[in-house]
Design a protein. Structure first.
Lengths: 148, 128
């Protein structure tokens, strides 16, 4: 077994199927990547938006539970969603949902074995950013149009 | 090799590797993500156009069989995908093992409860 003196690596000891120990790389390794590259920042954002969407699901559960509860509980969730904080949450969730969805499509294409070369990686990354912006604006237009 | 194993490589693979589940977790994350693609596109636009809807209008919308079925499907695939994704984040960052197990159980329990709560709400509205 090779041994690493690097802090995070040294603590990441797994085991092979036959039970012998093995040092495995810590993933994602936050120390070795330049965070400002588009490739790594989009990867980090995909995970961050996944966590944010997880928290955002609580608002969907709240909305559905309040709707099942009756007019009084529904009025309180609608009051919150209509407040300034509610709008910030909704606008944020729209961006987060679209980014995670489009970045997810990018990951599925990678999983199928396509688009790994650098030009295509940057092109798909720019498509995710542009798509997120476009779909978020479209969703907000529909949201505001329905609200008024 | 600390202790030489008598198991053949094939025998080990049949035990599905050190995690004992092979690629099942990874595969189900992909399966749910594919299911969530159309469901998320539908849900985001549908909820956006429901903005400002009153109580009865929103109830009628959820109670429609098409919407109720897709909502239940979204909640099932969504919370499965959420639990699977958060599990990977916890495995990457939460140490030591004792804390990791506690955090994992709390997160999985919350995902299960929120999924049940939301699904029950949809069923109550749809079956009223």
């Amino acid at each position: 077994m090779s041994h690493s003196e690097d802090g995070p690596d040294a603590t990441f000891i797994g085991s092979r199927t036959d039970g012998t120990p093995v040092v495995r790389p810590l993933s994602p390794h936050l120390q070795v990547y330049d965070m400002l590259q588009m490739t790594s920042s989009l990867s980090i954002l995909n995970r961050a938006t996944g966590i944010a969407w997880s928290v955002g699901l609580i608002f969907l559960v709240w909305w559905l539970a309040a709707l099942a509860g009756g007019p009084a509980s529904f009025a309180s969730v609608q009051w919150f969603l209509g407040s300034v904080i509610g709008w910030v949450v909704l606008a944020g969730l729209i961006v987060v949902a679209w980014f995670h969805t489009l970045a997810g499509i990018r990951h599925l294409v990678w999983d199928a074995g396509y688009g790994f070369d650098m030009p295509n990686t940057y092109r798909s990354g720019r498509m995710v950013i542009a798509g997120t912006a476009g779909l978020s604006v479209l969703t907000l237009i529909i949201l505001i149009g329905a609200w008024i | 090799m600390a202790t030489p194993s008598l198991r053949s490589p094939l025998g080990r693979v049949r035990g599905l590797g050190s995690a004992r589940s092979g690629t099942h977790h990874w595969w189900m994350q992909r399966v749910t993500s594919i299911a969530l693609l159309p469901l998320t596109i539908w849900l985001v636009f549908a909820l956006a156009s429901l903005a400002g809807a009153g109580f009865s209008e929103a109830q009628v919308w959820v109670a429609r069989p098409f919407n109720a079925v897709l909502l239940l499907a979204f909640l099932g695939a969504g919370f499965h995908h959420t639990a699977a994704g958060l599990q990977v984040v916890i495995e990457d960052y939460v140490k030591p093992d004792s804390r990791r197990i506690v955090v994992m159980l709390v997160v999985k329990g919350l995902c299960a409860l929120l999924w049940l709560m939301a699904s029950l709400a949809v069923l109550r509205i749809a079956l009223r």
